[in-house]
Design a protein around this ligand. Structure first.
Ligand code: NDP
Length: 287
């Protein structure tokens, strides 16, 4: 079997960055794009906090530019979702579907996927009013009232974006403190279409039998009061789950499932020792 120098798992910002640098080192990296090619940037709209774009840039455009840049130096891309990895011996073996590949170096840049609430009727209503992607699905709820769940930047961003379509956006959060950055929180608070509902959790989403969202059952955590809240859609902005399950038992992870990094910074992956490398956003760390 052909043994690759470098396989990169994931095609978000970190994956493309790894591809660019390893391609420029003539390592002919192979990027396995995963089940969400382009990662979360490909699902977002205007990115205002990436250096180099004073007016901001659309997420899909930014990610397409990164890919083109890496391809220019010889990075290869393959639509493949990694289903297993054997890191017990070198070279490492990576499996995707019925195919396997071996590699001296594996760069894990697989990011995370949207988290769901785990409500009884939530999964059945995905695609029928329950969504984790405002930019993908917001348009379908033009002229309607929409709910967004969460208190971080994602929830603020989704709520603000959805005001383009909705007549009203209810932002429902389980506390009255917010993780969101002040600038995002202020923007949402100042928007006259956004109503804040705090100290409140969603207990279920209706109406499975009609195959559409008609309302939420809410519980106020301070008063214990349970109420029905009419809405046409529920968008989740409650964070993400790391895509690192295939490494369970092989690499150390924290309680949320994010891979733990070590303090040993890889002198260079190029050429010699085989390594697993991750945490590309800050520095390249070897295992
Ligand atoms: P965060 O982890 O920051 O926020 C998740 C939110 O969801 C929290 O308010 C949390 O509540 C709530 N939550 C989590 N689980 C549940 C649950 N089971 N039920 C109810 N509520 C729940 O995630 P984000 O995705 O918002 O942000 C991740 C990172 O990305 C952050 O660093 C953020 O700054 C960044 N980001 C930046 C953006 C920008 O600059 N434009 C846009 C989007 C994200 P609680 O606070 O009570 O735990």
């Amino acid at each position: 079997m052909d043994i690759r120098n470098v396989v990169i798992m994931g095609s978000g910002c970190a994956g493309h960055t790894a591809a660019l640098y390893t391609a420029r080192a003539n390592l002919k990296p192979l990027v396995l794009e995963g089940h969400e090619p382009g990662g979360q940037l490909s699902l977002t709209t205007l990115v205002e906090n990436f250096p180099g774009f004073p007016e901001g840039i659309q997420g899909p455009e930014l990610i397409a530019n990164m890919r083109r840049q890496a391809e220019r130096f010889g990075a290869e891309y393959k639509l493949a979702h990694v289903t297993a990895a054997d890191l017990s011996k070198r070279p490492f073996t990576i499996t995707f579907g019925k195919e396997t590949i071996q590699t001296h170096t594996l760069i894990i840049a697989s990011g995370a996927s949207a988290r769901w609430l785990g409500l009884p009727n939530e999964q059945a209503l995905i695609g029928h009013g329950v969504s984790s992607c405002a930019t993908c699905d917001g348009f379908f709820f033009s002229g309607k009232e929409i709910s967004v769940i969460g208190g971080g930047d994602s929830a603020m961003e989704e709520a603000l974006f959805l005001t383009r379509f909705a007549t009203k956006v209810a932002l429902i959060h389980r506390r009255d403190d917010f993780r969101a950055s002040k600038i995002m929180l202020d923007r949402a608070r100042q928007h006259d279409k956004i109503q804040f509902i705090t100290n409140t959790v969603v207990e279920d989403v209706y109406d499975h039998s009609r195959k559409e969202v008609t309302g939420l059952r809410l519980r106020n955590l301070k008063t214990g009061e349970i109420s029905d809240f009419p809405t046409s859609a529920m968008f989740l902005g409650i964070g993400h789950i790391p895509n690192a399950k295939v490494f369970a038992g092989q690499l150390d992870a924290d309680q949320d499932g994010y891979l733990k990094t070590t303090n040993y910074v890889c002198p260079y992956i190029f050429g010699r020792e085989s390594n697993v490398v991750y945490n590309l956003t800050s520095e390249w760390i070897c295992h």
